[in-house]
Write a protein that binds this ligand. Sequence first.
Ligand code: BG6
Length: 483
Amino acid sequence: MSEATDLVIFGGTGDLALRKLLPALYRAFVEKNLADNTRIFPSCRSEKQLNDYMATCEGALKKHLNEGEYSEENWASFRQLINPTLLDISDANSGWSDLRNTLSDAQRIFYMAIAPAFFAKCCEQLSHHEIINENSRVVLEKPIGYDRDSAEKINSQVANYFEESQVFRIDHYLGKETVQNLMVLRFSNLLFENMWDRKSIDHIQISISETVGLEGRAGFYDDAGALRDMVQNHLLQLLCLVAMEPPNELGSQSIRTEKVKVLKALQKIDKDNVREHTIRGQYVTGESQQQLVPGYLEELGKAESFCETFVAIRTFVDNWRWSGVPFYLRTGKRLKQRSAEIVVQFKPVSHPIYKNQSSLVEPNKLTIKLQPDEKIQLELASKQLGQTETKLQPAVLDLNLTQDCENFYSDAYKRLLLDVIANDASLFIHRDEIDNAWAWIDPIIQGWAETDYQPELYRSGSWGPHTADQLLQKDGRHWHNPS
Ligand code: BG6
């Protein structure tokens, strides 16, 4: 059970709060992981939003919780925690003083579910009205910045009001169960850690594919694109966890130190090699999930845009462990299937004694599936039963992490919110990580601009542009698409 907390959600009526944060808090409450004296203060900008808030919140829970999770009884108790609060970030005379007078001695968490352009202003108001105390924390949602300079500016502004130890930068991918399992798998099984390097691993693929399109976020997305929206944060974080050295302990500082080393070791991609190492794509109309869907430009309502909705990258981690091992990253919208997975492709055995059978089985492959299912699969070679002559066949060790957990709803935001409440920063991003991730991303974006590298069109419902396949084919490899 968590300790007494006052949680203020700036952007209380926004998509993030209604779609992710409130369902996560509801789950935590129902699972009895939230102290009864927790209070939630979602900010509302108008009287109307304030008066409608309970109905809005209930509607959001019904819509976004899984079937069977919502109950009238639980809602009747959970709603007691919610205190909608009238606040305008740009107006010092709105409800700030009331907020200060309402907050108790409990620890204070300020969740910025708002655009980063408002982070500094919001911190300033909190400080001006003396709402921040030493028992306060601030949670920052991605994206933090648009490039290295803007991210640095935001981080410095926030640092004027909060110590680094009070700042929790969230990347919800780190709250996914299988992502944490990846660390357990790597660092608690001698089997893997002994083979986790260039001697045994041929290459690694990290793919996040989505079937959705713009989902009403055209304004933000067209300025950002897939590289900033997904690679700078989620994919690089996954890459760090796969590639980092074992931390000497589980503390947030040790883990962050190892992740930063990986980011610093990433081979630079800039105008000289950007066309060789990256593929940009943009979806056009096509059939997705048995429906004809509009192309990106139609969804956007513009005649022209050079924003990428797909990106594939070939990169290397230039250090002793990974020298020469390609890491292939791929993400896109309106792809064939929703899926997120990490594939670790091992090398073939060094001396095959089963002659002429290599075409029957592939070298070992470890697949860590983050969604839609949470699974870990290891592909092996085995013998076909009942044959006098030994014939090989593929076999899979299949670990389904969710099947035995009835009534457990794996929810990344729930996990991360409980971590903030518990003051555990291990799964949050340090300022240095943001800085080093942008330091690698910026030259790619500049390289695209300087070489006038336009996105290639791909059909909605496909696996992206053909050139993404060629990126691997020229290395003699292929993407492992989810089955
Ligand atoms: C967000 C991106 O961070 O992650 C979205 O801004 C994307 O564009 C989303 O759709 C994907 O998250 P998940 O957990 O649904 O894979």
